[in-house]
Design a binder for this molecule. Structure first.
Ligand code: ZN
Length: 432
């Protein structure tokens, strides 16, 4: 398996929840010499310094103060969360008969049927009582634990004729046999290495246990859970880490809660990015609006490839292919931020870096999805392009993408961060 795909699948496997994804990237940043800043402290930033800051343990911003002259920020943004089922606080259901089940609710807009008949487990954040107060801990019941069983075809002869999935009945996971309550609590406490009395709560999600893999006749496809959006997060993050110094301050953004609309403290619709960029400007004596006017954001979230069995869902002229390069997304209603200028700017950077690009627009009668770029722009307004990597089965528990595309976005992000981009004040940009 190619090295990069292996590294992507390793990140996905050890990131069963957005808390784990952020913690894993934070760990890589610390290993690379980045200093962890805390939001509640005053910041002193040095020329050439490398920094990152987390919010809620599930969103993260990393940046480098350039050694040389710089103007504006060069940002990439991806999201840490994926559709799943969140456990309710009183998470156990006893019965019918001797079954013990879990009470969950959908997190995001998933393809529900894909969660059935697969080994699942539970991961996220636990809050524990300590001598000092309370503490957040990553938790992962790291074994095959749950299943959501289908109804047999013999009991529902209509099962293959389309089904309206009801999350409150059809998607209730089975934890085991026995009507004794408190089993889940015991498992979570065990996984968090604490005593049960000290477990005060958790933000816990179901995840698919099956690790991702490479498939296809030429091993050209990568398949697994949470490719949306950890594939883009991985590519942008490594493009950020590996980039040479360009003419702007490089910033990498990982936001939680994209799948539920981003309107949270740590989401792209919160104040996180705005405040961090404002504080960077203040610490370095810059005028923030002037820097933002010279800034560019690449919002990276996976895109729809033409479906092999249902090509009719793709627009006539905008039909991204797997391994066809980075997808630039367009939407007249501006659910994607790309306009002629930001699209051309990004494509030109890719062309110079030898990275192929392709274009996506929804079929005109399909509304499509939304993403980080336009939401973030309502708080931090700057030139933004929405891009992504082509994939199949978006929001399935098991998604499929092109194995080569990860490298294309990584190179595009690296080239973007290494560029000198200067607006000419009249809708044009100098690109060096
Ligand atoms: Zn996404």
């Amino acid at each position: 398996m190619e090295h990069m795909t292996k590294a992507l699948l390793a990140l996905i496997e050890k990131s069963p929840s957005p808390f784990h994804a952020a913690a894993n990237l934070a760990g890589e940043l610390e290993a690379a010499g980045y200093v962890r800043l805390r939001e509640e402290e005053l910041w002193t930033l040095a020329r050439g310094g490398r920094y990152f800051v987390e919010r809620n343990g599930s969103s993260l911003l990393a940046f480098r103060a350039p050694q040389g002259e710089w103007r504006g920020f060069l940002l990439t943004a991806a999201h840490s969360d994926s559709p799943s089922f969140k456990l309710k606080p009183q998470g156990e259901l006893t019965g019918p008969e001797n079954y013990l089940r879990l009470n969950t609710e959908p997190y995001g807009g998933m393809l529900m049927s894909t969660w059935l008949d697969r080994p699942l487990s539970v991961a996220g954040r636990a809050v524990v009582r300590t001598e000092r107060g309370i503490e957040s801990r990553l938790v992962d019941v790291d074994r095959d634990l749950l299943v959501i069983p289908s109804v047999a075809i013999h009991m529902n002869r209509e099962a293959n004729r389309g089904h309206a999935w009801d999350p409150k009945t059809d998607l209730t996971p089975l934890l085991g046999l026995g009507t004794e309550k408190g089993v889940l609590r015991r498992l979570i406490a065990e996984a968090a290495a604490i005593s049960e009395e000290d477990l005060l709560g958790g933000d816990l999600f179901l995840y698919l246990r099956q690790p991702g893999t490479v498939l296809g006749a030429k091993r050209e496809l990568v398949a697994g859970p949470r490719l949306d959006d950890l594939q883009c997060a991985f590519a942008c993050f490594h493009g950020f880490l590996e980039a040479e110094e360009g003419g702007g301050m490089p910033v990498f953004c990982l936001f939680d809660n994209e799948e539920v609309g981003s309107a949270t403290r740590q989401g792209a619709d919160g104040t996180f990015l705005q405040e961090v960029l404002g504080r960077i400007c203040a610490a370095l004596g810059r005028d923030c609006p002037a820097e933002l006017a010279a800034s560019v954001m690449v919002s990276a979230d996976n895109a729809h490839a033409v479906h092999p069995n249902h090509p009719e869902y793709a627009d006539g002229g905008h039909r991204p292919r797997l391994n066809g390069g980075v997808v630039v997304k367009h939407s007249a209603s501006q659910r994607y931020t790309t306009d002629a200028v930001s699209g051309a700017l990004f494509r030109e950077i890719c062309r110079r870096a030898g990275v192929p690009t392709q274009e996506f627009a929804n079929r005109s009668d399909l509304p499509g999805g939304s993403t980080l770029g336009n939401i973030s722009n309502t708080h931090v307004s700057l030139t933004t392009v929405d891009v992504g990597l082509a994939q199949l089965a978006m929001h399935s528990a098991w998604e499929t993408a092109g194995a080569e595309d990860t490298g294309y976005l990584l190179r595009a992000a690296g080239a973007f961060y290494g560029s000198v981009l200067r607006p000419d004040g009249q809708g044009g940009w100098e690109i060096r």
